[in-house]
Design a protein around this ligand. Sequence first.
Ligand SMILES: [Zn+2]
Length: 187
Amino acid sequence: MTSTSLRKKRSAGSATLVALGGVLLGGAVFAVLGDPSEASDGGGSGGSGESALAGCTDRGDLDDLGGLTDPTRQAWLAAVDAAAADGAEMSLTSGYRTCQHQQRLFDEKVDEYGSVEEASVWALPPDESNHVRGIALDVGPGPAADWLQDHGARFGLCKTMSWEWWHFEYDPEWERSESCPDPAPRP
Ligand SMILES: [Zn+2]
């Protein structure tokens, strides 16, 4: 039931509507359990048809490492080895996330910051998150992230957001060119 509750919270699109979750839950349960064909189409089941999860596709019920795309995982494992050889012990704080997991994080940020805009600085909705796409990795601890920032390009792993020292993404073009683009400035 949690998932349908979260789905409705997100589709409400605003923290102020979260309180309606309980009311909406009944309808959501019917939409998901009562008529799977309707739920999967997303067209007509009473709501706006714009569930945030509608545009989100899970890679499967996989773990942080297992859910990464193959090139991303290979790049990560190679980087871990190279970091270890340099004396930096790198660990994966968060890798692949399911749509539902990302939705939960996003909802928590909306609750914390009180607006979708500010929440999106810290956690994107599931249909926009590169963690859900399996190409983003949160790395720790700090010194290891520093190592990856200095050496990640040759693995195609780059820090993409200037305000999140722990967040890296994989791109084959970065690996080919062995160079990273400038991280995006904080919105
Ligand atoms: Zn991240």
